[in-house]
Design a protein around this ligand. Structure first.
Ligand code: OAD
Length: 246
């Protein structure tokens, strides 16, 4: 059972944009991952049923790319904010690259799973796998020999319930919600900003571009996250410790 965060807390939703300055491709826009791939061919249960090797080649390329990247000032700033606020901080990410953890964030709600976990499609056993490159695609389960898939939430699949519930509780109770580097078009993650706004939180967006979430935002930084995160972190601390907090 998840424990609701206390009042005066900060909740954060991040997306691929926060990792862009680390050198990772975003999904949408020019040069985005979905420009070169049809989602249904790589990130959908039907793709897996049809051609697991093609699916794995796509995720293997993501693993190789992510393994060569380091967290940037955006990730590091959020890790610092967590250390300052302790239990009054929740970070939910749509990213599967693991860079928040590498930056020092201790508690990360990985809404869409992780590139670094695999799950057996036969026995359901899930495990960490950080071997890059993988010697054989698809990898096989050591317990039963079944094919392992990336432990990633594909289109048409449901988010892990406990993880999304914890993110929703944090969004609905926080004083301040930061939405960072996401196009805010994929549900249910994008709904967290609306849940926060409906709950009376301040909502701040960091994104060079306007998004569907912009309409519920009280403050906006139209800039790359790494360039402004230090300032946003200081302002967030002032906000939750000041009169504006609840
Ligand atoms: P998108 O690629 O849809 O959006 C990336 C966002 O980051 C855009 O709004 C950019 O304007 C913004 N951006 C780019 N560079 C930035 C920077 N340096 N700082 C801040 N923002 C920047 O990525 P997501 O919103 O994360 O799901 O996509 C959501 C989900 O769609 C992903 O988790 C993935 C994808 O399909 C799955 O694969 C299940």
């Amino acid at each position: 059972m998840s424990v609701a965060p206390p009042r005066g807390s900060v909740a954060v939703l991040t997306g691929a944009g926060i990792s862009a300055e680390s050198g990772l491709s975003t999904f949408r826009g020019a040069g985005g991952l979905w420009e070169g791939h049809r989602v249904e061919e790589v990130a959908h249960p039907s793709a897996w049923a049809r051609d697991p090797v093609t699916v794995w080649r796509f995720y293997e390329a993501r693993r190789v790319q992510a393994a060569a990247c380091a967290p940037n000032k955006g990730h590091l700033g959020l890790a610092r904010l967590e250390r300052r606020l302790g239990g009054r901080f929740t970070l939910a990410t749509q990213n599967v690259d693991g860079l928040h953890g590498q930056a020092g964030s201790a508690n990360v709600l990985e809404l869409h799973g992780s590139l670094w976990r695999v799950r057996c499609t036969a026995c359901g056993r899930e495990e960490e796998n950080r071997t890059v490159p993988l010697p054989v695609l698809p990898p096989r389960c050591a317990a039963c020999g079944g094919l392992q898939r990336p432990a990633i939430v594909w289109f048409g699949e449901v988010l892990p319930e406990d993880v999304f519930t914890a993110a929703m509780e944090a969004a609905s109770r926080c004083a301040l919600f930061l939405i960072v580097g996401t196009s805010a078009v994929v549900q249910p993650a994008a709904s967290l900003a609306v849940i926060a706004a409906d709950g009376g939180a301040q909502v701040w967006e960091i994104n060079p571009d306007e998004t569907p979430a912009t309409g519920v935002c009280d403050r906006i930084w139209r800039a790359p996250a790494g360039e402004v995160m230090d300032d946003v972190v200081e302002e967030a601390i002032r906000w939750v410790s000041g009169a504006g907090s609840r």
